[in-house]
Design a binder for this molecule. Structure first.
Ligand code: MG
Length: 373
């Protein structure tokens, strides 16, 4: 049952290049499938989320994180009567513009671009991937995704203002995105906050007591679990508490978004788009809990001494290669040398690096800088 304020696929604003409809897949299902079959999607498997492979093969990478975001998003969208096909396409594409080495890679690439008066933004990069870099069809460049998926790539987590981004004018920058896109940002938060606690605990970088103290909502659930399963191993107590946190965040997002839509008198998709603020939101109480978890993760995991050297290495590899190719553009692959005749060299190098997997960029670094990795 699709809510009246959901995106209805028959009302899509369509594709840049019109295509005949498919016999048994609707447009958003086809977009989801196009994302899954893209090269950029497959490369997510070899890109760091938080932990590199040095720790363990069973920690999240950017692909498994993406699949978890898709799973959580489908549940929430279904409960809210939103378009699950669109939500799934948006979730699967949401991190496709990320460079190698997680946040460190992004930071280093942005810093390198800023030294040339430019910048790197993973959402804008994702749009370039699906509009231009993916080449699968003879009739057009890119994946020719529907307007709603492209709009969601741009608007799910960030508000770009129209004067600074004339190139994005078609994406209705002054209006809110549909609820399907609004959800993705919050689902992403739920997915990585819980997953990073899990991987951090498993990596022995976070102890049960540290998490109990730093993330009070987890601590409360852990106390409940200890009463129900006093003899269970710590890891299982941890799992039981963490899944209760995840469930609390998801349930809160569903019920609070429903309530906000009702209170605002939202009836149609236009009402969602014209509302003064985003409607998808946690209650203030859960928002505070989410922030506590995030603050704890920053302090105790992302900026922990244990991960510092890996982050420094990642930043060095990106900035070394960027500078190297600025000075030695003839060593770039021919495809990128040709592109540099039409676009600025820093942008072309940035596109090249952003597309790389962790493995490939390390290989490039060894090739030009020796085996210092
Ligand atoms: Mg993400």
């Amino acid at each position: 049952m699709l809510a009246a304020y959901a995106v209805h696929v028959e009302n899509t604003r369509g594709r840049r290049f019109p295509e005949p409809s498919h016999a048994y897949r609707n447009d958003f299902q086809r977009d989801r499938d196009r994302v899954i079959h893209s090269r950029a999607f497959r490369r997510l498997e070899a890109k760091t989320q938080v932990f590199t492979r040095r720790y363990s093969d069973h920690f999240r990478n950017r692909l498994t994180h993406t699949i978890e975001v898709a799973q959580i998003s489908r549940t929430i969208a279904g409960a809210l009567g939103l378009n699950v096909d669109l939500v799934e396409a948006l979730a699967l594409v949401h991190d496709i513009g990320h460079p190698p080495f997680g946040h460190s890679g992004e930071k280093a690439l942005d810093a390198a671009m800023r030294s040339h008066g430019l910048c790197f933004d993973h959402n804008l990069h994702a749009l370039r991937i699906v509009e231009d870099f993916e080449q699968r069809y003879a009739a057009f460049r890119g994946l020719n995704l529907t307007f709603e998926v492209r709009e969601g790539i741009i608007k799910h987590s960030h508000t770009y203002n129209a004067p600074d981004h004339p190139e994005l004018a078609e994406y209705l920058l002054g209006r809110r995105p549909p609820l399907e896109a609004q959800l993705i940002d919050l689902t992403d938060e739920i997915a990585y906050n819980t997953a990073d606690l899990d991987d951090g605990y498993e990596a022995h970088l976070l102890s049960l007591e540290e998490i109990r103290a730093g993330v009070p909502v987890f601590g409360q659930f852990l106390s409940d679990v200890e009463k129900i399963y006093p003899d269970a191993p710590d890891k299982l107590k941890f799992n039981e508490a963490l899944k209760r946190v995840l469930d609390r965040f998801v349930s809160d997002l569903i019920t609070n978004t429903q309530m906000r839509a009702k209170q605002a008198g939202i009836q149609t998709l236009d009402d969602v788009r014209d509302h003064a603020e985003r409607l998808a939101a946690f209650t203030l109480e859960v928002e505070a809990e989410r922030k506590q978890a995030k603050t704890f993760l920053y302090k105790s995991l992302y900026f922990s001494p244990a991960l510092a050297s890996e982050k420094d290495d990642a930043e060095r590899v990106v900035s070394d290669l960027f500078s190297f190719w600025i000075k030695n553009s003839s060593t770039l692959p021919h495809y990128y040398q040709d592109k540099a005749k039409e676009e600025s060299l820093p942008r072309v190098i940035c596109d090249y690096i952003a597309g790389m997997t962790d493995h490939f960029i390390l290989e490039q670094h060894s090739k030009y800088f020796g085996c210092s990795n």
